[in-house]
Design a protein around this ligand. Structure first.
Ligand code: NM2
Ligand code: OGA
Ligand code: ZN
Length: 376
């Protein structure tokens, strides 16, 4: 059974659950989170009112448990609203928060090369056609920040079918999609046979595309294996080793730039390790090819900043951090481009290598997953 007590001035209530733990809620918070039909539209659930419609002096006139639900009368509106304890506990904010910066959210799990034996993957046709397979694959992508699909069609444009499984293509100056293969006058080093250090794509864009799909159509050239590295794990490792260096990379903005084709000059000013105001790691930007002159670090911190940047690069390059695989025609992988870095080994000689790539966004992917979870 739940019990409720109201603070003497009515500014908050305290809900105590069957296990004896109590959680407090402010009157203004409760009132703003009413789900009655005057506050929220019945169909789409959007809030019909603004905060200005709720009196600043809102307080709890009375609060009681009736038939297992919390019933609150707010004054001066004299408005009665009921809440289920389940909804309240799910949205409780009177709970301990991580004190240290550099924490990661509950839905994710950071990894290193140990993940080699269980690379997140799914079967193209199953994920495409079976909601349970799609859900399982997207859950892995949310948890680990990347996922492979195997046994897909070996045909141009198949990558759009992958994007359609969870979201929408993000078109850029590189096109709705791009051909990743060796070109004669490459507008980007990705369009050569050079190896590419583990990187996030398009750090010079703001916002960055948060999903990348790379789909293999040909792969007979020697070399060209792909590697992925968990940027959040790399940041955690840097913080453990050298918290000052971690702080420098998150405190100061780096600069990124791309001007490899006519009519395009993309620039951004963002940190390599981006933290939320409460210290959660929210994104990594790391790309040796596109880092511009860094000018936002004060003179006295620049040497330390470069030492931390170097060390982050060493951690990213360390074999024990990377998961390696070779894409065969009809196989692809997607990465959370705000977290997981991707790399490729150089390739040359006879034979060919051809991938098609495109960008999409993670909010859409997470939305598709949440809807599948809610439907189950
Ligand atoms: N391409 C493949 O972010 C980058 O510049 C990496 C992106 C050219 C779209 C390559
Ligand atoms: C890219 C890239 C990797 C590859 O196109 O952004 O990193 O395997 N390509 O060719
Ligand atoms: Zn890339």
């Amino acid at each position: 059974m739940f019990t409720v007590t109201t603070s003497p001035d009515g500014s908050a209530v305290s809900l105590t659950g069957p296990d004896g733990t109590s959680t407090r809620f402010h009157a203004i918070w409760l009132r703003d989170n009413s789900w009655d039909p005057q506050t929220r539209a019945a169909g789409n659930g959007q809030r019909l009112i603004a905060l200005r419609d709720i009196p600043a002096g809102t307080h709890v006139g009375s609060a009681e448990i009736v038939d297992g639900a919390l019933k609150v009368v707010f004054q001066p509106e004299n408005k009665t609203v009921t809440y289920t304890p389940e909804w309240l506990l799910k949205h409780a904010y009177d709970v301990a928060k991580p004190a240290e910066s550099g924490w990661t959210g509950e839905a994710i799990e950071t990894w290193d090369s140990g993940l080699m034996n269980s690379v997140p993957s799914g079967d193209f046709l199953q994920v495409q056609s079976e909601p349970s397979a799609k859900r399982a694959w997207l859950e892995q992508v949310r948890r680990y920040g990347f996922g492979k699909l195997t046994d897909g069609p070996i045909k141009e444009g198949a990558l759009f079918e992958v994007a359609d499984m969870f979201g929408f293509v993000r078109e850029t100056n590189y096109g709705r999609h791009f051909e990743v293969r060796t070109e004669v006058n490459p507008t980007n080093l990705a369009y050569t046979g050079l190896g590419l250090q583990a990187h996030t794509d398009n750090p010079y864009r703001d916002p960055v595309p948060s999903i990348q799909i790379l789909y293999c159509l040909e792969s007979t050239a020697a070399g060209g294996e792909n590697m992925v590295v968990d940027g959040f794990r790399a940041a955690e490792r840097l913080r453990r080793e050298n918290s000052t260096g971690f702080a420098l990379l998150s405190k100061y903005c780096a600069r990124f730039e791309y001007a490899g084709e006519d009519g395009v000059h993309l620039k951004s000013r963002r940190p390599m390790i981006e933290l939320a105001p409460d210290g959660e790691i929210i994104s990594i930007r790391f790309n040796n090819r596109s880092t511009a002159a860094i000018t936002d670090v004060p003179f006295d911190d620049m040497a330390g900043y470069y030492a931390a940047y170097r060390r982050l690069g060493e951690i990213i390059d360390a074999p024990e951090m990377e998961v390696t695989f070779r894409l065969n025609p009809g196989e692809c992988f997607i990465v959370d481009n705000t977290r997981v870095l991707h790399a490729r080994k150089g390739y040359s000689g006879s034979g060919s290598r051809w991938l098609q790539g495109c960008y999409a966004d993670k909010d859409g992917l997470l939305s598709t997953l949440a809807a599948l979870e809610e439907a189950a």
